[in-house]
Design a binder for this molecule. Structure first.
Ligand SMILES: *[C@@H]1O[C@H](CO)[C@@H](O)[C@H](O)[C@H]1NC(C)=O
Ligand SMILES: *[C@@H]1O[C@H](CO)[C@@H](O)[C@H](O)[C@H]1NC(C)=O
Ligand SMILES: *[C@@H]1O[C@H](CO)[C@@H](O)[C@H](O)[C@H]1NC(C)=O
Ligand SMILES: *[C@@H]1O[C@H](CO)[C@@H](O)[C@H](O)[C@H]1NC(C)=O
Length: 209
């Protein structure tokens, strides 16, 4: 009975662990390509997470000014793209850079609303950051304000399986020992065996002495 209960507990914990076996902080610096005073990219804001597992993100973005809006309108007139560059830093990886772009026209028509997604591997590695315009009924094409707030939603998206090429590379590099690779399978089995042994001591046949 007890053993069964423990096994259940282990399986439940397992489901959580295998979803993401890594935790740590994550920082995403968002740069964009408008109103940068001669530079190619300048800062639009940051997304920071204290814990990837908990997933709560703090989004801090600089409001757009009329200069930003005018530049976006110029790009929109040519049906062009608004380009974003993200720099991702985590506790144990170097800075990784991703580029993404969205239609300037759509971004204006939906009141600067977008969805930012960070695609995370089970080991906590971020393999992409993407932007999509989200659907808002509000348009700022005709508005005139001193400042325009950005409205962004951030999501972590868990990637179950690496693309084939990446997985093959990963396997080539994975020269850890058998125990280092499979401890998470071995430990629960060992505990289960220990528990079922302990809860059933008479079961162990008295050895003839
Ligand atoms: C984002 O982070 C960078 C570098 O850490 C910092 O220079 C910048 O001021 C931050 N931007 C915002 C809007 O907090
Ligand atoms: C946005 O929502 C409206 C109404 O709900 C729908 O008609 C439209 O197709 C949506 N647009 C996009 C890009 O999802
Ligand atoms: C933008 O956001 C700030 C702080 O959340 C708020 O005080 C301000 O009224 C907002 N501006 C507009 C134009 O919505
Ligand atoms: C795995 O191999 C790399 C180089 O091929 C080496 O630097 C690293 O120390 C090895 N790791 C282990 C755990 O053997």
């Amino acid at each position: 009975m007890t053993a069964l209960f423990f096994l259940n507990l282990l399986i439940i914990q397992y489901a959580v662990i295998t979803c993401l076996d890594y935790d740590g902080w994550l920082n995403i610096k968002i740069d964009h390509s408008i109103n940068c005073k001669g530079e190619k990219f300048c800062n639009r804001g940051n997304v920071s997470l204290k814990s990837i597992r908990a997933g709560n993100a703090l989004i801090d973005q600089i409001p757009f000014t009329t200069e930003h809006i005018d530049e976006l309108k110029n790009i929109a007139a040519l049906d062009g793209f608004y380009t974003l560059r993200t720099l991702v830093t985590t506790a144990d990886s170097k800075e990784t850079e991703f580029l993404s772009s969205i239609k300037a026209q759509a971004f204006l028509q939906n009141a600067l609303s977008d969805v930012i997604s960070a695609w995370v591997m089970p080991n906590g590695e971020v393999i992409a950051v993407t932007f999509q315009v989200s659907n808002s009924s509000h348009s700022i094409l005709l508005e005139k304000e001193a400042e325009y707030n950005l409205s962004s939603n951030f999501y972590l998206r868990y990637v179950d399986q690496a693309p084939v090429e990446a997985r093959e590379k990963g396997e080539l590099k994975d020269n850890r020992s058998f125990l280092a690779k499979y401890w998470m399978y071995i430990v629960p089995i060992a505990i289960f065996v220990m528990i079922s042994g302990a809860s059933n001591p008479e079961g162990a046949a008295p050895a003839s002495r």
